[in-house]
Design a protein around this ligand. Structure first.
Ligand SMILES: Cc1cc2nc3c(=O)[nH]c(=O)nc-3n(C[C@H](O)[C@H](O)[C@H](O)COP(=O)(O)OP(=O)(O)OC[C@H]3O[C@@H](n4cnc5c(N)ncnc54)[C@H](O)[C@@H]3O)c2cc1C
Length: 440
């Protein structure tokens, strides 16, 4: 399913309860009451659909990219919060008396405590949930603990929200819409069960073990895993995996890392990892033979379906080289003859990873490698500063390069500058693939 169809499907599901409510043709109430109900219906549908945007479903991440999935998750959560916050306030103050003609009291907002309390609980919790996600760093929680808490709290919000809709909802009392709510809640529960139970169960059949761990550049390590099962990981160059080292397959201790090896090179899977915090700061203490699990492959940073691109430009910042070198290695291993240019930015020379491999790619594959250092040594003859629009124009400014594919991975600031500059050069956005290493 293409990305557009996926977005259309999401919109359809999100608006389904509203459409079903409208189709009931009940006597309309005041515009504000109807708006309040409509916002409540859409907010609840969005909250339930958030569970499909957990970033763990390959069919979704492979099409639009995991960072787009995560950004959508955050934006939709904020929109759902605004809708849900407005929902109770838009109802005109509860009217004790129904109009004389309304013998069934269908135009009166439901005010019984039995119907309202789940809504109030969901409303309060939702605010806390989004606030805690925005200020995650301030909570001081480890990422893994925060993630579990976030998922469980979201499930409680969803459950209370559905209960409130079923008890208080004027339209949700209709059996078909009630079943839709229960169906969406089931999908949400199933999504969590898949991530925390079914996927780990499937992983049990595919254990890996550490076969190499070595220092590669300043605070940067290479970690290699070998399958301990008959077979290989079915990934494509440039994709990433959730890596769990030394814990049970069900552990929450897993982090996303791009695979820097090429599938054509065999079954071993290699990662390039920068020391940063809780897990990455312990790489030097990992022992060979340690059990590891991979939830993979994920990500859209691949050359799949890009056969028509006449050349490949790769632009990496720091450890963003990981998926980029995986792609270059695969192009070389498969004898791809299209021209390749790599722009690789770092702060200082000690941060350059895979220097020998890059030389070999220049020699054997004809890849043009351009290093850019913002703090170069005195004898540096290469590019200095940052990856600038001017450098990009020099390297990719000819009209025929508009048909190249541009693969970007690095810090968010760099990606923004590079994407804007490429678009200013006339490169169509569909020819630009980018991924940032932020997932929150
Ligand atoms: C798609 C993707 C690919 C990545 N590829 C690479 C790579 O090839 N090489 C590399 O060095 N880094 C990569 N990263 C970044 C890497 O995942 C984090 O640096 C790493 O998870 C930090 O873990 P930590 O426990 O050492 O740090 P912590 O101090 O625990 O966390 C620091 C920050 O890292 C992020 N983080 C921590 N744990 C997780 C987690 N389980 N899931 C998501 N984010 C988390 C959070 O933003 C957190 O604030 C990638 C990230 C993403 C999203």
């Amino acid at each position: 399913m293409p990305a557009g169809a996926l977005i259309g499907f999401y919109l359809l599901l999100g608006l389904l309860p509203l459409g079903l409510a409208w189709a009931q043709g009940l006597e309309p109430r005041t515009a504000l009451d109807e708006l309040a109900t409509g916002l409540g219906l859409v907010a609840l549908a969005m909250i339930l659909l958030e569970f499909l945007l957990l970033g763990r479903f390959r069919s979704v991440t492979a099409r639009v990219g995991s960072d787009v999935v995560m950004r959508s998750h955050q934006l939709l959560a904020r929109a759902a919060l605004v809708f849900a916050l407005l929902h109770p306030f838009l109802y005109i103050s509860p009217r004790a008396q129904a109009p004389v003609w309304d013998v069934t009291r269908q135009t009166v907002a439901e005010t019984s405590w039995h119907a309202l309390w789940p809504g109030i609980a969901a409303w309060l919790l939702l605010g806390g949930l989004v606030g805690m996600a925005i200020g995650r760093d301030a909570t001081g929680l480890r990422y893994q603990h925060w993630r579990l808490l976030h998922g469980l709290a979201a499930l409680v919000v969803a459950g209370f929200g559905v209960l409130h809709a079923l008890r208080a909802g004027r339209y949700s009392a209709e059996p078909f819409l009630a079943w839709v709510w229960l169906g969406l809640l089931t999908v949400a529960v199933a999504a969590l069960l898949y991530v925390y139970l079914i996927a780990p169960l499937l992983r049990l059949r595919r254990p890996f073990r550490i076969t190499d761990i070595r220092h590669e550049a300043d605070r940067t390590w290479v970690l290699a895993l070998t399958p301990d099962f008959d077979g290989t990981l079915p990934y494509r160059a440039g994709q990433f995996a959730w890596l769990n080292v030394g814990h049970s397959a069900f552990s929450l201790n897993e982090n996303p890392f791009s695979i820097c090896s090429a599938p054509a090179a065999g079954g071993d899977v290699q990662f390039l990892i920068k020391e940063l915090g809780d897990f990455t700061g312990t790489l030097d203490r990992l022992r060979l033979g340690t059990r590891a699990w991979l939830e993979a492959p994920h990500g859209h940073l691949t050359l799949d379906g890009r056969e028509k691109a006449t050349g490949i430009a790769l632009i990496a910042g720091g450890v963003g080289l990981a998926p980029i070198i995986g792609i270059l290695r695969q192009l070389r291993a498969t004898g791809d003859t299209r021209p390749t240019t790599l722009i690789y930015g770092n702060r200082h020379a000690g941060q350059i990873a895979f220097a020998k491999d890059l030389k070999a790619l220049e020699r054997d594959h004809g890849t043009k490698v351009i290093h850019v250092l913002s703090e170069p040594p005195a004898d540096w003859t290469g590019e200095t500063g940052y990856v600038t629009p001017d450098l990009l124009r020099r390297e990719f400014g000819t009209p025929d390069q508009r048909d190249w594919l541009y693969v970007l991975c690095g810090p968010p600031v760099m990606l923004r500058v590079v994407e804007d500059s490429l678009i200013a050069l006339g490169i169509p956005p569909r020819n630009i693939l980018s991924e940032q290493f932020v997932y929150e």
